[in-house]
Design a protein around this ligand. Structure first.
Ligand code: ZN
Length: 315
């Protein structure tokens, strides 16, 4: 439990109050570059474009226009029975803005539906047949149940759930992008899109590291709940314990000095931490190379200011 409390403490320090997951994501998607080389927080003003770079940029934009034949489409289905206290992702106007901003940044070969809806059970998934991402309100409720045993303050509880939902959303969007562009994946796709979700969050938001830490905390809580039950080693997902360590590994590797306390207090074992410092740039570079052809305005120059230092997961 000590580790969980440390994570939650870290996750809540500096949290932007009154931010909703959707409004966070609006900011997030302003720069969907993945912080690999060439995508690192330059501003246009820093560059002195040459004819060659202008031509390259134009060519890139032309290519993306040719590729971009679809959009993300929000299908917001209000809850049949509103649940008191479950307020994350409950504002369709803001969700629409998130989707609009994502469409400005991501090229897609076809439409992909994002559906917030009631389901028979807690779930989130991407369906390649219908090309749709589903986030069930029952999963959001489950995140509330998960965290509510540890966090009594309502605002902090909302923050924690927001992190878990944001991580889940970008995980599922990762599946959608792998399917849309037939991105090569070695290893388990579930691990790969966990990585993508964490990378997007920690590199592109004011409070994304906190969101990612909350996503990791959710994995740890699931692992605690499942203690004593039979572990499913054959599952396409890694074990929740592993997803927890994999997530904090990237967060630590992204900013080792800032998150050195995770190693000092034993949350992240030193043996793994050494590897995380190497894993982070490797994973970030790989995802950047895979996705950069499909990110609009991705000619290696970002138009946003450097993300603050302060800059989340899923099933
Ligand atoms: Zn998945």
């Amino acid at each position: 439990m000590r580790k969980f409390e440390n994570l939650v403490r870290a996750a809540l320090v500096g949290w932007a109050r009154n931010s909703d997951f959707p409004s966070m994501a609006v900011f997030l998607i302003l720069s969907l570059c993945l912080a690999a080389a060439g995508c690192q927080r330059k501003t246009i003003r820093d560059e002195k474009p040459t004819d060659q770079t202008n031509q390259s940029r134009q060519s890139n934009q032309d290519t993306q226009r040719a590729l971009d034949k679809g959009d993300l489409k929000l299908l917001y289905q209000p809850r049949k029975i509103p649940k008191a206290g479950s307020t994350v992702a409950s504002n369709p106007q803001v969700l629409n803005q998130v989707v609009a901003n994502l469409n400005e940044k991501i090229a897609l070969p076809w439409d992909v539906t994002i559906s917030f809806q009631d389901c028979d059970q807690p779930d989130a998934h991407y369906d390649p047949e219908t090309r749709s991402i589903t986030i069930c309100y029952q999963l959001i409720d489950e995140y509330y149940d998960l965290f509510t045993h540890k966090i009594k303050d309502k605002a902090k509880l909302d923050d924690a759930v927001r992190g878990a939902v944001a991580s889940t959303f970008f995980h599922e969007l990762g599946h959608g992008l792998v399917d849309a562009w037939k991105l090569p994946v070695t290893g388990k796709e579930e691990d790969a899109v966990d990585q993508l979700s964490t990378l997007v969050l920690i590199n592109n938001t004011n409070n994304g590291e906190q969101l990612a830490l909350n996503g990791a905390a959710a994995f740890q809580l699931y692992a605690d709940l499942e203690r004593g039950t039979t572990k499913i080693f054959w599952d396409e997902h890694s074990l929740d314990e592993q997803r927890f360590y994999d997530t904090i590994c990237l967060i630590y590797g992204h900013a080792p000095d800032k998150y050195s306390y995770l190693v000092k207090d034993g949350t992240l074992p030193e043996e793994r931490a050494d590897i995380c410092r190497e894993d982070y740039p490797r994973v970030a570079k790989a995802w950047h190379q895979l996705l950069s052809p499909y990110l609009k305005h991705s000619a290696g120059v970002e138009t946003v200011s450097p993300a603050p230092q302060n800059a989340p997961n899923t099933r």
